[in-house]
Ligand binder design. Structure first.
Ligand code: GSH
Length: 217
């Protein structure tokens, strides 16, 4: 398999974690999202993904876009270890936790949105952009901190006692929140879940630092 990704992209980070959890080898192909490069808008890349976004997973002749669709594709084609509970209620709960991050937080703070805030016609200054970022992080994490009190069974996972799709989404979002220096002190439960997950080799091997420009991968 091939993964088009960017080291700091949280959506790419999710897929890297899922590939590792499923024990799948992949070739990582960097798409440079830096504003000075914008490789995601090149004709070559748009021919692969007209959405102009990373990640993209290529499995044989098939091209898959959208990180959660990719993770669910991996779940269906490689069911072990499962990233969703067996029962429909549990599956709905885990998907809801994941979607708080993937739909309510991440899309408001992704590089394209932040770039639009900074550029014409809005031209928001750095403190305004940071306030925007922190607002959406707080709104999502406030909710999740309360929700995991009812869904985590061990204080080490978002749901139950095993890694799920919700955990795959949490770690990249926490990474980004730390990068933007958001105040995470109100979220002790999320921080302790994240600290545990980051000790797992499948998460550690997916970390942005492993793929930063100049890193060996
Ligand atoms: N909903 C998409 C979001 C993908 C996304 O926003 N990717 C960002 C990086 S995290 C990107 O490619 N940004 C480039 C751009 O907006 O031009 C997913 O989950 O895959």
């Amino acid at each position: 398999m091939k993964l088009y990704h960017y080291f700091r992209s949280s959506a790419s980070y999710r897929v890297r974690i899922a590939l590792n959890l499923k024990g799948l080898a992949y070739e990582a192909l960097a798409v440079d999202l830096r504003p000075s490069v914008r490789a995601q808008r090149s004709a070559e890349y748009l021919a692969i993904n007209p959405e102009g976004l990373v990640p993209v997973l290529v499995d044989g002749e098939r091209v898959f876009t959208q990180s959660l669709a990719i993770v669910e594709y991996l779940e269906e084609t490689h069911p072990q270890p499962p990233l969703l509970p067996r029962d429909p209620q549990g599956r709905a709960r885990v998907r809801a936790l994941a979607l708080v991050i993937a739909c309510e937080m991440s899309p408001l703070n992704n590089s394209g949105v932040l770039g639009y805030l900074k550029g014409p016609p809005l031209e928001a200054d750095e403190s305004t952009v940071n306030a925007w970022y922190a607002h959406w992080i707080a709104r999502g994490f406030d909710a999740l901190e309360q929700e995991v009190a009812g869904t985590s069974s061990d204080g080490r996972h978002m749901y139950g006692t095993a890694v799920t799709l919700a955990d795959v989404c949490l770690v990249p979002q926490m990474y980004n929140a730390r990068r933007y220096q958001c105040d995470l002190t109100p979220y002790p439960a999320l921080r302790s879940i994240c600290a545990h997950l980051e000790t797992l080799p499948e998460f550690a091997r997916a970390a942005p630092e492993r793929f930063a420009r100049g890193a060996s991968g």
